[in-house]
Design a protein around this ligand. Structure first.
Ligand SMILES: [Zn+2]
Length: 216
């Protein structure tokens, strides 16, 4: 019974097996060591950071220093760096070789680590080459939720950390340099936060097709 990711039925067996791997790992490899001020998580050190710190407080600080465009780019790159780093840290623990499994391990880890629930939409192309394409949503993700909770509105998507993190994970998993673009956002009143992910050098081509993915 799949718990963490909404995905087409043909992926359920794969997702279920990866969930079990994570649950086994977390039983033995999440160790609190307060006397050393450390938490050991799957063999390396981790710390808790409040979601509002990224979704609101950090963004406000960056807004003052860099303006909105600079803030959005930096949050995206920060998310991308986190996603890469997590994939490099965690994928070797799972022993997965096939690309669909290495990609799926990202959304599943995102659920176990308190980050986001992912909805994988039909139409993705999971190939480790220029054809790579991921079509997905992050419903109720913390950036949109916290933004609305603060009573803020938006005219453009705001979930740059989510976009960056997912593209960072998938770049490591696939070996292809990927970028993600949020095309619908709950913070601006859409029904979901929806993203497309594509090879970096095909950005122009996908930007021209945005309406097609918005209306699907
Ligand atoms: Zn959003």
């Amino acid at each position: 019974m799949v718990k963490t990711v909404e995905a087409p039925p043909e992926m359920h067996g794969l997702i279920d097996s990866i969930e079990q791997k994570y649950e086994e790992l977390l039983k033995t490899e999440l160790i609190f060591k307060p006397e050393e001020s450390r938490i050991s998580l799957l063999g390396s050190e981790a710390m808790f950071i409040g979601l509002k710190a990224i979704a609101i407080d950090l963004k406000d600080e960056l807004d003052q220093v860099l303006g909105e465009a600079g803030r959005n780019l930096l949050i995206y790159r920060l998310g991308q760096s986190f996603g890469r780093s997590e994939a490099e840290r965690i994928l070797p623990k799972l022993g997965l070789t096939e690309l669909p499994a290495r990609i799926a391990a990202g959304p599943i880890w995102a659920a176990y680590s308190g980050f986001v629930r992912v909805r994988l939409l039909p139409g993705s192309v999971l190939e480790p080459n220029e054809n790579f394409f991921l079509f997905y949503e992050h419903p109720n993700n913390f950036e949109a939720v916290q933004w609305k909770k603060e009573g803020r509105s938006a005219t453009e998507p705001v979930c740059f950390f989510n976009a960056g993190y997912s593209s960072g994970w998938c770049s490591v998993a696939s070996g292809v340099e990927l970028e993600a673009e949020e095309i619908l956002c709950e913070a601006k009143g859409d029904n979901a936060c929806r993203f497309i992910m594509f090879p970096r050098n095909r950005r122009m081509e996908y930007m021209e097709r945005i309406d097609e993915f918005i209306n699907k």
